[in-house]
Design a protein around this ligand. Sequence first.
Ligand code: ADP
Ligand code: MG
Length: 208
Amino acid sequence: MANAGIQTLATASAEETEAVGRRLAAGLRGGAVLALEGDLGAGKTTLVRGLAAGLGLDPAAVSSPTFVLVQEYAGDDARLGLAHIDAYRLSGPDELEGLDWSRLLADDGVAIVVEWASRVAAALPASRTTTVTLAATGESARSITIEPPRTWTTCPATGIRVPPDAPSWPFASERARLADLYGWFAGTHTISRPIEEGDDPSEFPPEG
Ligand code: ADP
Ligand code: MG
């Protein structure tokens, strides 16, 4: 399946979300990008505190960089520096250049974490971007979905090899995506005989 490797976790407190950040930090290398998605209050900045702690940086220095669009954290004992970007007020990927984006991306001593990443999605290198989606599922309950960086894959509809940066990934094209969708509908909506008047719908076998 194209979505192999996607993991979903549940946390019940801010501390648990920080712990997820610490665990993610352990797998980060220089040049890695973490794209954070999720509404206001979902826990994006909380997770960044855990990332900082996991890299050996000061988690207390992390705040929502809403007015300062990029904050860089560094420390003598840190395994990596961390650049923390809030894309909420950016109008699009072009505005990243004003934040020294090219230099940050090229710096292999720095990992980058972006809140509201979908605003600048086109600028994120798909082959090194891990997408983390947070959603509130209760007052202090959150679901956290982690999608590893994209790799070259085989289009499930056409069998063509698809590079990580293809906009239609994992499909070779939007056309291939639609063809695949059509296949699903055609496959799941078959019934063994035409519906007749008087049929009790509850007698039909459940879908799927
Ligand atoms: P965002 O950056 O997504 O806007 P923040 O991390 O700044 O969100 O804020 C999340 C708020 O939700 C904090 O006040 C935090 O204490 C609270 N919270 C409650 N439960 C959780 C949880 N399970 N994970 C993360 N934050 C939580
Ligand atoms: Mg925030």
